[in-house]
Design a protein around this ligand. Sequence first.
Ligand SMILES: Nc1ncnc2c1ncn2[C@@H]1O[C@H](COP(=O)(O)OP(=O)(O)OP(=O)(O)O)[C@@H](O)[C@H]1O
Length: 423
Amino acid sequence: MGKTIQLNNLSFAYNERQILKALNLVIGRKTFLSIIGPNGSGKTTLLKNIARNLKPTDGGILIDQRALETYGSAELAREMAVVHQQTDIGAAFTVHDVVMMGRNPHLTRFQQEDAHDRQIADQAMQWTSVDHLEERLINEISGGERQRVMIAKALAQEPTLLLLDEPTSFLDIHHQIEILELLKKLNQEKGISVIAVIHDLNLAARYSQEVLLLHQGKVLALGATEKVMTAANLEQAYHMEMMIDRNAYTGSLQVCPVSLRQRKSRTQCIHVIGGGGMGKEVIQRLHQDGWQVSLGVVNKGDSDAELATRLGMTIIEEEPFSDIQATTLHSAAIAANKAMAVILTSIPIGRGNLANIQMVMEQQKSGKTVIHYNTYLPHVDFDYVKGEGARLLEEMALAGMESTNDLDQLMAQLEAMAHEAEA
Ligand SMILES: Nc1ncnc2c1ncn2[C@@H]1O[C@H](COP(=O)(O)OP(=O)(O)OP(=O)(O)O)[C@@H](O)[C@H]1O
């Protein structure tokens, strides 16, 4: 089951406009491949070339080493079923009729479908949960229902290769997962190759074994999902900042489009005193604005530390539930020394992290710019060391520590400092 697909120097142009540019690749047997890429990158055009709905302007396609154009149409339809994006079918057909059309490639010209054909069509309707719509007219059901009927028709063809163009685009979340689970099952249990254009990067990451990332009609990356769906590849294709994480529940890759802004790249470092999630906002923003960031001292496993780890920042960590060791504090002081400025976020101050505040105080005394990102709420106690934390903050404020609760203003101040340093 399944078939290999080989593209040899495949090019395609609409009129004079070159869309696919000399693609060379092999799609393995029995794979579940998602084709992803931004609007207009050529995904549908590629799918239509493979489905023989469009003829390459140059190069060719081999299905299991055999040229695509040598297949007879019924012969090809027994191998390959295609579910296009929008399908317009005449009004007179019921859902049952449409699904039954999937059996045509298996019948000779005047042959009527028999019990076996009906059984296969029934099964396809059950798999796609459209059996209850059997007697309804195809143009009198919803877009999502019609999409599932078209998948049922494709399955009734009993193909070894299933091509789908955005199979989940009209479906609600329940049916999206149902259809993708079904495709995965058909792929794993029946060995049917599935090639699907999928816009939703998280669904593509969750269900596909391999991914083809198209960009401007060329292959930007092809291979195992984890190798292709990297922040660097996706940023290059979609021109925005991305973060790749792993879903704690499903374990699959999770793509988070962070910002439309292209990240600047700066050489200056900012040291952040965070902890307990209070540094998150600042860490994210510093990262977006392209600063190098060091964080610490924070406890291992702290949510600020987890975020900073994902963003590849320098972290100075201490074992949880223990006092900050002198050597750890020394490492944090070295990091702070190297930084252009130190940002103290609104952490709760307790016995465990009081040493952080003392270290920041030393930094201020030695002339380092220390800015307090002060988001403490009035009347909410943040001092768990009998007023010692509040006293140190007050002392630093008197010694000139600036304080703001406006993140934009804080970033503008850092920008101005960097500018001044460069001048
Ligand atoms: N019939 C057509 N005639 C001329 N140009 C076309 C035709 N169909 C598509 N194009 C152009 O070809 C390019 C690729 O289109 P295609 O539909 O393959 O992209 P896609 O990656 O599937 O996009 P989307 O994500 O928006 O569905 C686009 O610039 C599109 O405008």
